[in-house]
Design a protein around this ligand. Structure first.
Ligand SMILES: C[S@@+](CC[C@H](N)C(=O)[O-])C[C@H]1O[C@@H](n2cnc3c(N)ncnc32)[C@H](O)[C@@H]1O
Length: 456
């Protein structure tokens, strides 16, 4: 077993995430090699050994680097519209609800639920949790760039104020109703005061787990759901076994689990109007309920790829299940190529590249540059910081981050990054895909002169 294979195993045992997707081994090796150098260790073997002891804190660095925090507001509008109706009709008027959003990444879903509840006059408190502490820091800030809010319906925009640079800031009173905490889905579930969670919204998290891991997580999450409560999953997720006391159900055609109130065994009588209960006889061989009309279906091969098979979880490259999914490097090159003619299209591809391989320095760097060029400094900063976390010597990332900090009105941080450009200008660029960096290298002398002037 190689050191990198051991790392994959450790990551799965800590997080449930099965990362053996295309390209991940190369970038995990590259990331580990960079950390070995930064930490003054002798080899990746030593790094792996020390993770169990003296380097326990390094686990957080590793987990933050490998988790995919790809999300945006109102991802899957149909499902969230249905959730809004459920919040309105699913409980007696005035009843206050507890909602948990595990795997909330940078917080978009957690705030969206709070805003949906507000829109239907439903008192609700929301807890957003994630394993990635850096994503949660962003979530608590509640400030989102234009890309993240582009699909937000007009009615929910009232929950924000303008924050400059095309960014939106979640209103303070909304932020007070949403808490964020670190939590690992491998551990015992969070419990609210009272009977349990009325809604658990866990979308696009367990797709990175093995099927056994996802099933065990469904059991844990299900056990924390209150009577008359719901566990709502993402559009591409299936339920393979139903936790005790729950029933399979559908919300806007997507898989969900419903816990009937204690004294009733009939979900139809008690569940709100939006419950689409499956017919028990129509189950498929795998035991998952057949999709009701309008439910999204997904080829089995694609589903298995999403559960840790060799291909990356691409959902938008239609019918590609049988073909090899493009690698993060290929997507980065394609996205970088689009940047001069179709910036939005380029950003979409670069987001996919980052999802395909969260350790791809190239994907983070190009995404940061693309956001910077689109005027979305709020989204550019974290992408460029991620690139620098993976490779602190990457002077082009420091250069764009300095420009981004200037746009954000953070001169001290900008100066620090310009200084880093100067300090690292002799470091070779170790990249699998240069994309737009060829141009920047041609201008290196000018970049350096500018960085010297502004860093001084
Ligand atoms: C792709 S994001 C999903 C965000 C949002 N729910 C959505 O549907 O867009 C997946 C998130 O799951 C988190 N995650 C992965 N494994 C986890 C675990 N074991 N416990 C908690 N969160 C986890 C990652 O850190 C990441 O932020």
């Amino acid at each position: 077993v190689t050191a990198v294979e051991q790392l994959f195993g450790l990551i799965e045992s800590w997080t449930g995430m099965c990362l053996t997707r295309g390209g991940a081994a190369v970038s995990l090796q590259r990331f580990a090699a960079a950390r070995v150098k930064q930490l003054g260790l002798s080899s990746i073997d030593e790094y792996v050994k020390q993770l169990a002891g003296p380097l326990r804190l390094e686990r957080e660095v590793l987990v933050n680097a490998v988790t995919v925090n790809y999300t945006w507001f109102y991802r899957d509008a149909e499902q969230l519209d249905a959730l809004g109706q459920l919040l309105r009709d699913g409980w007696p008027q005035g009843a206050s609800l507890n909602v948990w959003v595990p795997g909330c990444a940078t917080g978009e879903d957690a705030y969206a639920v709070a805003l949906l509840a507000e829109a239907v006059n439903r008192p609700a408190r929301v807890l957003g949790t994630d394993l990635n502490s850096a994503s949660l820091a962003w979530a608590r800030e509640g400030r989102y760039g234009a890309w993240s809010t582009r699909e937000l319906p007009q009615a929910l925009r009232q929950g924000f104020t303008a924050a400059g640079n095309k960014a939106l800031q979640v209103r303070d009173d909304v932020r007070r109703r949403v808490q964020f905490e670190v939590h690992n889905l491998v551990d015992a579930p969070k419990r609210p005061p009272g009977a349990g969670w009325d809604v658990v919204l866990c979308r696009n998290v367990l797709i990175y787990f093995s099927s056994e891991g996802a099933q065990a997580a469904h059991e844990r999450l299900g056990a924390a759901v209150a009577p008359a409560g719901w566990l709502v999953l993402g559009a591409s997720e299936s339920v393979f076994s139903v936790p005790a006391g729950m029933q399979p159900a559908r919300l806007a055609g997507r898989a969900a689990l419903y816990r009937p109130p204690a004294r009733s065994s009939s979900p139809k009588a008690d569940a709100p109007a939006r419950v689409e209960t499956p017919q028990p006889k129509k189950r498929d061989a795998a035991g998952s309920p057949s999709p009701t009309a309008g439910a999204p279906t997904r080829p089995a091969a694609e589903k298995s790829a999403m559960l840790g098979g060799p291909a990356a979880p691409f959902s938008t490259r239609g019918g590609a299940a049988a073909r090899r999914a493009p690698s993060a490097v290929e997507l980065t090159l394609e996205g970088a190529g689009l940047m001069s003619t179709n910036l939005a299209g380029g950003i979409a591809l670069l987001m996919q590249a980052r999802e395909a391989d969260p350790l791809s320095v190239e994907a983070h760097l190009h995404l940061g540059i693309a956001f910077h060029l689109s005027g979305d400094a709020v989204s550019a900063a974290p992408a460029l910081r991620s690139a620098l976390l993976l490779d602190p010597t990457l002077w082009p990332a420091s250069f764009y981050l300095a420009l981004t900090y200037e746009n954000l009105g953070q001169p001290a941080e900008a100066r620090r990054e310009y200084q880093r450009v100067v300090d690292q200008s002799q470091s070779p660029l170790v990249l699998e895909a240069r994309g737009v960096l060829g141009d920047l290298e041609a201008w290196k002398a000018d970049v350096l002169a500018l960085a010297r002037r502004r860093g001084a």
